[in-house]
Design a protein around this ligand. Structure first.
Ligand code: ADP
Ligand code: MG
Length: 234
């Protein structure tokens, strides 16, 4: 399992991916043959104007959309031909951060962060709680653990969402416009936390954004315009 070839192998590989949506009577192609590799531990920002296909690409990588054409490999899993069970298993190994926090308001911050561990047979409730508290501490929200998400600010809620995304210790985190509903200061705090956690934990981050104030946290930036990658980026 060692050797240069495996060291250099991409953790995510996207090959000739095309994707279209049905639109009225017609079909609209939004990704026109995208190929891209992501390497372990790097933070890659995919930027591009609204409607350029960023979320579609991220959802394909995250096994949230059925792959129509081309190939995507996530870790050792080929998404083409994967059945619903395979896709669910692949999704469980990924961390997701969205534009809006998707926290449940009927339960506490701590319970929200513990929730993904409910699917994990190896984590007892005690362990789940301990790990959730630890994750909240890392994002600086442990003092709010017993509050309801609605009692937190937008930036604090997004930090809770980061803790939740990382609780299952994913190797890959996919973030779709994580700062879009935040003011500049909170947005900055959130991306700094994403960067810090990615680097400390060796997590690969694919972050989609059209917010060019956060580009400096990336190790690499690629642009998607009208469903095509732009060459020669940084
Ligand atoms: P971005 O995230 O870069 O804004 P998206 O991937 O969300 O772009 O969307 C790309 C294009 O595909 C847009 O024109 C959008 O309207 C269209 N689109 C996205 N999702 C759907 C859908 N579920 N059905 C039909 N069209 C869609
Ligand atoms: Mg989008």
């Amino acid at each position: 399992m060692s050797g240069e070839d495996t060291d250099k192998q991409a953790i995510i590989s996207v090959r000739n991916v095309r994707h279209s949506y049905r639109e009225g009577d017609g079909i609209k192609e939004v990704l026109h043959g995208v190929s891209l590799d992501f390497y372990a531990g790097e933070i890659v920002i995919i930027m591009g104007p609204s409607g350029s296909g960023k979320s579609t690409l991220l959802k394909l990588i995250g096994a949230q959309l059925t792959l129509q054409e081309g190939d995507v490999r996530v870790g050792e899993h080929e998404l083409k031909g994967a059945n619903a069970d395979d896709l669910m298993r692949i999704r469980r190994d990924l961390g997701f951060i969205f534009q809006t926090h998707h926290l449940l308001d009927s339960i506490s911050v701590l319970q929200n962060v513990e929730l993904p561990l409910a699917f994990d047979d190896t984590a007892t409730r005690e362990v789940a709680k301990e790990r959730a508290l630890e994750a909240l501490k890392t994002v600086g929200i442990d003092a709010q653990a017993h509050k309801k998400p609605s009692h937190l600010s937008g930036g604090q809620r997004q930090r809770v969402a980061i803790a939740r995304a990382l609780i299952r210790r994913p190797k890959i985190v996919l973030a779709d416009e994580p700062t879009a509903s935040l003011d500049q200061k909170s947005g900055r705090e959130v991306v700094e936390i994403i960067r810090k956690m990615a680097k400390e934990l060796g997590v690969t981050v694919v972050l989609v954004t059209h917010d060019n104030r956060i580009l400096d946290i990336a190790d690499r930036i690629v642009s998607l315009v009208d469903g095509r990658l732009q060459e020669g980026q940084m």
